[in-house]
Design a binder for this molecule. Structure first.
Ligand code: GLU
Length: 481
């Protein structure tokens, strides 16, 4: 059997961490089995679709390295890959079910349905179910209504008290009973199929072998199983992925502002696709090895649904930042500069310094940078004018040894004619020898009077890159000698 899987986003929003994880697991499973990964756009909820929903999904998946084999702009022989272009297919299938008395026209008006809903609510029935009124209509009435162009929906007739079973790759055996389903609408009065119907038709016609999707769809599964059974189609193998939760064990909510949740936002902040790919692959899956860092190729090789987690997986933003830094540290100079330069150009006057100077400054931060946009805040050290050291730093300077270090340093630095890293380094060494002070008490006071900060990148490089004039200006401003 050819392995064919799909990620089927509704373009009602941008690519979210949860969707990216679903896509990624489908992708890894397909590639592990030399199968096909399809992206199908489920856009039948017309009112909720957003303008750039489709492009956000596809562009960001591709950016992450999740490359579809078939999709709307890369069609295979199973297209179209967008549900609104398949509406006729769904209607044809609904008509087959009507013919076989497995579905029926429903002419109930919204007002009538509202009354039905109220009556059920009064009887404390919480989950509304259609009462089957139109399933009992005489054929002649149906024909008359159709002729009179009375608006209708099409409902599937759910068998009474029937049990449906699946062997879910995450949940194991799951059993459902049809009493909970109700005759649900498969084609709405505007002619558009509903999700639970369209998804089955498409998965069947597109020869989908496995369905990895979020656990919120588990409750939809029995509705879909009825359709598989009615058409006598083989159902795919399901795997319902467990929830992604925050550190308070709560389901990630799209409204939670404390966690960046959309892939385009990570991309904008200068996260690396390899890091996002690696991080998301471990949200609810593990290789059972004692390691965290995997290339895409390794993940493809290792992926097996056997190791999908049965418990919710925790989204840890700190781990993501750590992982992103891991990948940033390993970029070569060219790649690293390509990552950070656009951010710099947005905020600083690139032409005010030489390219060599920028290169040196930017490279100082490579080992600590967590994500691209962070560079702007880090390099601000080089663009402070007439800063004042804060109280904590001032207090630190209030010490005889520090005083001595500062005065000795200033005398020497003022006389430094040849401004090179080596000379700056020599001066600090001479200060060390003459004052007999070393370690923190040597470096910290020099850092404070030259940069105004108590910590920062390598001191020698910082002083050298700030330049003679700035250094002299800074020390004069911050230290009386
Ligand atoms: N369109 C559905 C969603 O975005 C996909 C459900 C499925 O994978 O069956 O949640």
């Amino acid at each position: 059997m050819k392995i064919r899987v799909r990620y089927a986003p509704s373009p009602t929003g941008y690519l979210h961490i949860g969707g990216a994880r679903t896509a990624l697991f489908n992708y890894l499973f397909a590639k592990n089995n030399k199968g096909d990964f399809i992206v199908r756009i489920e856009d039948t909820d017309l009112e909720r679709n957003i303008e750039d929903g489709i492009s956000s999904q596809l562009d960001n998946l591709r950016w992450m390295g999740i490359i579809p084999d078939e999709t709307i702009d890369l069609p295979g022989k199973y297209g179209p890959y967008k549900q609104t272009e398949r509406l006729n297919i769904y209607i044809q299938h609904a008509l087959i079910l009507i013919k076989e008395k497995k579905a029926y026209y429903c002419f109930c008006t919204p007002q009538y349905l509202e009354e039905m809903r109220k009556k059920q609510a009064d009887k404390n029935i919480l989950a509304f179910q259609y009462d089957g009124t139109c399933s009992k209509l005489e054929q002649s009435v149906i024909e008359e209504n159709l002729q009179n162009k009375i608006s209708y929906a099409i409902r599937v007739k759910i068998p009474t008290n029937k049990s449906y079973k699946i062997k879910d790759l995450v949940r194991g055996n799951v059993e459902f009973n049809s009493v909970d389903l109700g005759d649900y609408i498969i084609i709405k009065s505007n002619g558009v199929a509903t999700y639970n119907f369209a998804v089955v038709i498409d998965d069947h016609l597109m020869e989908i072998s496995h369905v990895f999707r979020g656990e919120e769809h588990l409750s939809n599964t029995p509705k879909q199983l009825v359709i598989y059974e009615y058409f006598n189609w083989k159902m795919p193998i399901f795997a319902h992925l467990t929830l992604i939760v925050n550190n308070k064990r709560k389901k990630l909510s799209k409204r939670d502002g404390s966690i960046i949740q959309f892939i385009h936002q990570y991309r904008k902040e200068g996260y690396l696709p390899e890091a996002i790919f690696n991080f998301i692959a471990l949200l609810g899956w593990s290789s059972h090895e004692e390691k965290e860092i995997y290339t895409k190729e390794q993940l493809i090789k290792l992926f097996t649904p056997k190791y999908l987690s049965k418990a919710p997986s925790m989204f840890d933003p700190e781990k993501l930042v750590w992982m992103n830094n891991y990948y940033i540290k390993r970029l070569n100079v060219e790649q690293y500069l390509a990552l950070v330069t656009p951010f710099i150009k947005e905020k600083y006057n690139w032409n005010s310094k030489t390219i060599e100077w920028w290169k040196e400054v930017l490279l100082i931060y490579q080992s600590q940078l967590e994500y691209g946009s962070q560079i702007n805040e880090l390099v601000s050290l080089f663009f402070k004018n007439n800063f004042k050291v804060d109280i904590e730093a001032k207090t630190f300077l209030n010490d005889n040894e520090c005083n001595l270090v500062c005065t000795t340093f200033i005398k020497k630095i003022i006389d430094c004619k040849n401004w090179t890293s080596d000379n700056v380094k020599n001066i600090i060494n001479e200060v060390k020898k003459e004052t007999n002070v070393n370690g923190k008490l040597l470096f910290m006071p020099i850092r404070i009077i030259t940069t105004g900060q108590m910590n920062g990148p390598d001191l020698v490089s910082t002083i050298k890159l700030l330049g003679y004039d700035t250094i002299i200006n800074n020390v004069k401003l911050n230290f009386k000698y």
